[in-house]
Design a binder for this molecule. Structure first.
Ligand code: ADP
Ligand code: MG
Length: 484
């Protein structure tokens, strides 16, 4: 079946039956090649799972229609293969500008696709036996590193942590439902989710003598994948029953469901069924419920009904504590200076901070050398560059000169009077701290001074900061001004 209009040629004349069928043949051959290429690109398994039921709707003007039997498959193919289909079609047929992927099964040229039965992957249900030891019925492994014990608590995350602990300790009487954890990337959402699941699987419900608790924990993406697979294998009832039989349902990265209407709908029903049955839900996302625009209103409303806990950006203190904990766990002695340096420089999130520390430790182990500040700067050169706050030496000189009311030219002059020399030293110190310039480079920018002069300035200022609180405050103030 050819879509309406495809039997009218571009010049407007109605094609004869003969022309049409030869066009059909062409199109069918092209479609065969597009499918073949896609199959070799994505591999057989993926192809069979998602793409085998595609059929060609026809060519209408510059638009090719590809059909799939269900909305779910259509959505999946659109998001995951839409761009590739477009590109492959355009390469195959110059007339094609767009590929429209829609629901329908009127196969054109390649007969009805045979139904494919695929068993859905097991749901991440962790059951706990009578004896309390974990019997994981699933391939979804919990990460043993992500426990409460390994989670460093500080001001920015203490509330989220307390809420997570509460769920882990008394899942049958939490007092709020759902728990909604949110925060930017790398701030510990998955860690906390994992810690809850881990704790419940290991110890059961501690408030009820360790009674077994069944937990389903998965990412929203997995949820969608399993849901679709269940539809394809006509086992949605089982899927629903499995999910609705758990005590605690945990979905990570819920923002993934934005725009995935059918899966969202299913999640909403599961959510309601579980809440009605008095079961606990924990959800994480990168934004608060009210900021998750794109989720249906009723879903957002329900999500916001329980406890909403925010993981804030890390503070300097928390970063130091995390670094200390991780270094201790790794059994490597990392000097305080190095930890401070890292905590100052890598402020984006815990994942990056951790990555930097791991690299340092690996390097130290590999070469059997102690971790030093110099080595740190060398090993992490690329990371530090990316995190460089892009404060320039000129800026530092200007701000410092303004602060102590001296001329900018005095930063480079040979004058040694204390009133000039001290601010110059502070500027060198800040240049060392806030930029990734080397000592010789800094020296050059301060009237071609030697790198030992810069080194001396840096240690002199550090010393003064220790001894003189007012001076320390001045330097700290300057630093903050420059960082913002
Ligand atoms: P998110 O899911 O929010 O993107 P993750 O939970 O994956 O972030 O955390 C990223 C990394 O940082 C993980 O290795 C995690 O263990 C670590 N991490 C985050 N916060 C903390 C913390 N407070 N204490 C210890 N490790 C943390
Ligand atoms: Mg995560």
């Amino acid at each position: 079946m050819v879509a309406d209009g495809a039997n009218i040629d571009r010049d407007g004349s109605v094609m004869t039956t003969g022309q049409r069928s030869s066009d059909e043949l062409y199109l069918t051959a092209q479609w065969g090649r597009v499918r073949g290429r896609l199959q070799s690109e994505v591999g057989d398994v993926e192809y069979r799972t998602w793409l085998r039921q595609m059929s060609l709707g026809g060519l209408n003007g510059d638009e090719v229609t590809v059909r799939l039997p269900t909305r779910f498959l259509r959505d999946w193919v659109r998001t995951h293969y839409g761009d590739r289909l477009n590109a492959l079609w355009q390469a195959e047929n110059r007339r094609v500008r767009r590929v429209d992927i829609r629901v329908g099964d009127g196969a054109f040229g390649d007969g009805p696709a045979e139904p494919v039965a695929i068993a859905p992957p097991p749901i991440a249900v962790h059951a706990v036996s009578e004896r309390g030891d974990a019997r994981a019925e699933t391939a979804v492994a919990l990460d043993p590193r992500f426990t409460f014990e390994c989670f460093v608590v500080g001001k920015p995350n203490e509330f989220a942590y307390a809420c997570a602990r509460r769920v882990a300790e008394r899942p049958a009487s939490v007092g709020f439902n759902p728990l909604f954890l949110y925060g930017g990337v790398g701030l510990g959402k998955t860690h906390l989710m994992n810690a809850i699941a881990w704790e419940l699987t290991r110890n059961g419900d501690a408030s009820r003598g360790g009674a077994p608790v069944s937990v389903a924990y998965m990412s929203a993406e997995k949820f969608m994948y399993r849901f679709i697979a269940a539809i394809r294998s006509q086992s949605t009832m089982e899927f629903k029953e499995q999910l609705r039989s758990v005590d605690v349902l945990m979905i990570d990265d819920l923002q993934f469901l934005i725009g995935k209407d059918a899966t969202q709908e299913e999640f909403f029903h599961t959510f309601n069924a579980l809440v009605d049955a008095g079961k606990q839900i924990v959800v994480s996302a990168d934004k608060s419920p009210s900021d998750l625009s794109g989720l249906e209103d009723r879903v957002r409303t329900r999500l916001g009904c329980g406890m909403v806990a925010d993981l804030h950006a890390t503070t300097y203190e928390l970063r130091i504590s995390i670094l200390e904990a991780k270094a201790a766990r790794a059994g490597v002695a990392v000097p305080g200076k190095v930890l401070e340096f890292l905590a100052h420089k890598i402020t984006s999130n815990v994942r990056e901070l951790e990555g930097a520390l791991n690299r340092l430790i690996a390097h130290a182990n590999l070469f059997g050398r102690a971790v030093t500040l110099e080595a740190t700067q060398e090993v992490l050169h690329d990371i530090l560059k990316a995190h460089d706050r892009r404060v320039t030496i000129e800026e530092i000189q200007r701000k410092v000169a303004e602060h102590w009311n001296i001329r900018l030219t005095d930063m480079s002059s040979a004058r040694r009077a204390r009133a000039v020399a001290r601010p110059r030293q502070v500027a060198m110190y800040l240049a060392k701290q806030l930029t990734s310039r080397s000592l010789p480079e800094i020296g050059r920018r301060f009237g071609n001074r030697d790198h030992t002069t810069v080194m001396h300035a840096v240690s002199r200022v550090a010393e003064l900061i220790e001894r003189d609180a007012a001076f320390a405050e001045d330097v700290e103030l300057l630093r903050r001004m420059l960082e913002n």
